[in-house]
Each structure stands twice: as structure tokens, then as C-alpha cells.
Design a protein around this ligand. Sequence first.
Ligand code: NAD
Length: 260
Amino acid sequence: MFEKFLTGKTAIITGSNSGIGLGVAHRLAKAGADVVLNSFTDTDEDHQLAEKLADEYGVNVRYISADMSKGDQCRMLVEKAGACDILINNAGIQHVAAIPDFPSEKWDAIIAINLSSAFHTTAAALPVMREAGWGRIINIASAHGLTASPFKSAYVAAKHGIVGLSKVTGLETAREPITCNAICPGYVLTPLVESQIPDTMKKYDMDRDEVIEKVLLERQPSKEFATTDELGDTAVFLCSDAAAQITGTTISVDGGWTAL
Ligand code: NAD
């Protein structure tokens, strides 16, 4: 869809060396955008991933290491990129525990990476977008930005927060050719979700398939995971002219979860 219409645009995608971020990077690169990949790991594999993506789609792809738990590094990412037409705030982590047992350092880390990072990158990106006269900010929230589950206090709070931030950003840019929206995925089988499976198997004495069907996809009426390609294509759509009047809102890609 929309072959190469993003040629000449630069997309920064936080947390994009795996999962949804990488899926979005593939689809934006396929649509012609130059891409800045990010994580905090700075490994040879990270740089090779950038080369591979550049070769596959014939666009410029750079990897910039920056720790999204630190406000100054979030801002530095945008500065180092030198251009930012499209900002995808995607970096995220998870921790599952009841509130009295929830380690406060995990709460702080989730709020910093899943929420505050988007404030810092947006603050740094908006002047760059205004100078360029065009911009798209897409925050990867979650069905947990619209609904809650027990034991995910920090995650649910951060995701509700990023939906709120998307609304405010949409309002502050409403008279400009800049939009900001949140994509709210249901479950997507990425490393973040994979890492929850072994503990859940132990907790409920279930095998992997049972955990997927009865726990993970319990609230996803389609009984299918959303895919990283589908999320990438949703982001590409939000970058298109057809989406120019879509701002300050959420788009669910959740197999019907939030209809329940
Ligand atoms: P993932 O673990 O595959 O990817 C997370 C990314 O964040 C990785 O690239 C990782 O390097 C990066 N990251 C983590 N901490 C970082 C830090 N301090 N600095 C920079 N980068 C950091 O997980 P995913 O499932 O692809 O998650 C991506 C986003 O999608 C998250 O915000 C997550 O909450 C959201 N999401 C995921 C699902 C799902 O089912 N997988 C559902 C809804 C929302």
C-alpha cells in the first residue's frame, strides 16, 4: 500500500531493534522513508540490522543508541537524527505483579520508558516538524491504554498516560500540518509477550498453547495475534494524506478486545 510515498521523509522509531518497532520500520522503509532505528543496546547486530533494512528497501537507515529511560538521551536521539518528519514512540517494557509487591524501581522504569520518553522525544521533535512544515507523531499505546488488567499497574498507567499525551499533542498541533495519534494494539507475539509465557505456564500449570488461548488471547475475540506488519501498515496509513484529519485519537488493532 502507498508505495514509496514517504521518500524524502525521515522516521525515528524508538525501541526498534525487535518486535513492533522493527515491524513499523520495515513498513515505513518499504513506503520510502529513511529510518532511524533505536535501542539502548548498541550491538553489532543492531548496526547490521540497519544495513540489512537499507539494502532491502533502498533507503537510508541508521542505528542510534539512546536509553529511553533517560530524558536527555530521548532528546539527544532526535537531535542526532538531524531530521524528524515521523516520530514513532514505541519503546516499552512490562512487569507483572500485584500492587503491594510491585517493585518501585520497576514502576519508575516503566513510567520512564513507556510514557515519559514520548514526552521528551515529542518536545524535541515538534520544533523540527514545525520548521519542516509537516509531521506525524504516532505513539504505540496498547489496549491497556483503554482498558485495564490486574497486576499491570505501571503498564496500564503508562499506556493510559500516553493516550492522554497523544490527545494533548493533537490539540496543540491541530492548526498545523502535524498529527499525533496513538495506536492501541491487542496482543502481538513479540519478545515482550514471549517473555510472559513461561511464568504464566508455571502459574496456571498450563502448556504453551493453553496459555496463548486461555490467558493471552482470552480477551481478544478474534483469537488471533495482531501482527507487526499490520501495525506497521496502520502507521503507514497514519502518515498518508488520507489521515490528515485524524489527530488526537486512538486506533485499536486488537481483534475486537475493546468492543467487549
Ligand atoms: P519488544 O520487547 O519486542 O520491543 C521493545 C523494544 O523497546 C525493543 O526494541 C527494546 O530494545 C526497546 N527498549 C526497551 N527498553 C529500552 C530503553 N530503555 N531504551 C531504548 N529502547 C528500549 O516488545 P514489543 O511487543 O514490540 O513492544 C513494543 C511496544 O508495543 C511497547 O511499547 C509495548 O508496550 C507495545 N505493545 C505491545 C503489545 C504486544 O502484545 N506485544 C501490545 C500492545 C502494546
